[in-house]
Write a protein that binds this ligand. Structure first.
Ligand code: ATP
Length: 312
């Protein structure tokens, strides 16, 4: 099965408002609350496409219980480590014709004891997993190399790791002796890693960028390009995955849905071409739905057939 990690899950609250009024009351009728945090978006998409998974991370308090109930309702298997502190919520206000204003809680601070307890818990889950996805930023209290430690634990058990994070945590993972199998930086994250500007429209330059020694030992690098698809390196091969023009309803969570597609394709032992096509399809299907980290499986085959892969 696929193990998905969301260390800092969240109740994602979405408030659609015609106009956001500052320094006064805003009333809202249609509130939507979902089990969120990037790894839970990944989990939902994997589940909707009928693959076995277990979601894990830290969970706490009444909000944590609510979140677990939501996952139970949706039939998503989970095995989180309970902690004393309350799980966070994140608010997104969608207002004024396409604007999105977010208020994100930092969430609980993980104690050193819980950090160690989780690694023990994680080790047991790894015994049943063949592929692991790690998504998002870490909660407070954990050392910068915590994901790196988790990748080493997975490596010791021959579990493949797909890592979607940024900044110092991503850098730490790339510098460690045991590397993730796949990373999924966007333009901004790539620029941060390389310490220089990156032009995502210049594929020849991207091809050079992905050969930087910082990526040595990482099998797959998937640079997602929004409506332009993705530029991909797999070992010494380079590809551009092109996607058709589609009607976008809500692009939030497309990167997470792409990671879900990559996880399923790699888990199923598909060809490079089909792995990329699966990932582009899950990304696209997510943009076509109002809900975040949500795909309509009945549209899968139609859009899969519309993705084209060119060697670069
Ligand atoms: P996120 O902020 O959600 O993590 P990201 O920057 O990692 O996103 P994107 O490159 O925006 O990811 O999107 C991932 C994938 O979703 C794309 O490769 C594509 O398949 C699909 N996608 C995203 N935006 C669009 C769009 N406007 N039209 C068509 N497909 C899209």
């Amino acid at each position: 099965m696929i193990l998905t990690v969301t260390l800092n899950p969240s109740i994602d609250v979405s408030y659609p408002l015609e106009h956001l009024k500052i320094d006064t009351v805003n009333r809202v009728k249609n509130v939507r609350k979902t089990a969120g945090g990037k790894g839970l978006n990944v989990s939902r998409v994997i589940h909707m496409l009928d693959h076995d998974l277990t979601a894990t991370g830290f969970i706490g308090g009444y909000f944590g219980k609510w979140l677990e109930n939501q996952l139970d309702r949706d039939g998503i298997a989970h095995d989180f480590l309970p902690i004393d502190a309350e799980t966070r919520s994140s608010i997104a206000m969608l207002h004024d014709g396409g604007k999105q204003t977010e208020i994100l809680e930092a969430g609980p601070t993980i104690t050193p004891e819980d950090a160690q307890k989780f690694l023990d818990h994680f080790d047991k889950l790894l015994d049943q997993a063949d592929l692991l996805t790690i998504s998002g930023s870490m909660p407070q209290g954990l050392p910068e190399d915590y994901y790196t430690q988790m990748i080493a634990h997975a490596g010791a058990k021959n579990v493949k790791v797909l890592l979607d994070t940024s900044g110092a945590t991503l850098k730490s993972a790339l510098e460690a002796p045991v590397k993730p199998l796949l990373i999924k930086p966007n333009e901004e994250e790539l620029a941060g890693l390389l310490n220089r500007e990156v032009d995502k429209t210049d594929y020849a330059a991207l091809k050079q960028d992905l050969q930087d020694p910082i990526f040595d030992g990482v099998d797959w690098i998937v640079v997602s390009l929004g409506s332009a698809g993705a530029f991909v390196k797999h070992q010494d091969k380079f590809y551009h995955a092109a996607i058709p023009k589609i009607q976008v309803v809500n692009p939030v969570g497309s990167g997470d849905s792409t990671l879900a597609g990559l996880a399923m394709g790699i888990h199923d032992g598909k060809s490079d071409e089909d792995i990329m096509k699966t990932a582009m399809t899950t990304g696209m299907l997510n943009t076509m739905e109002a809900e975040t980290g949500f795909v309509n499986p009945t549209k899968f085959d139609t859009y899969f057939a519309k993705v084209t892969i060119e060697n670069y």
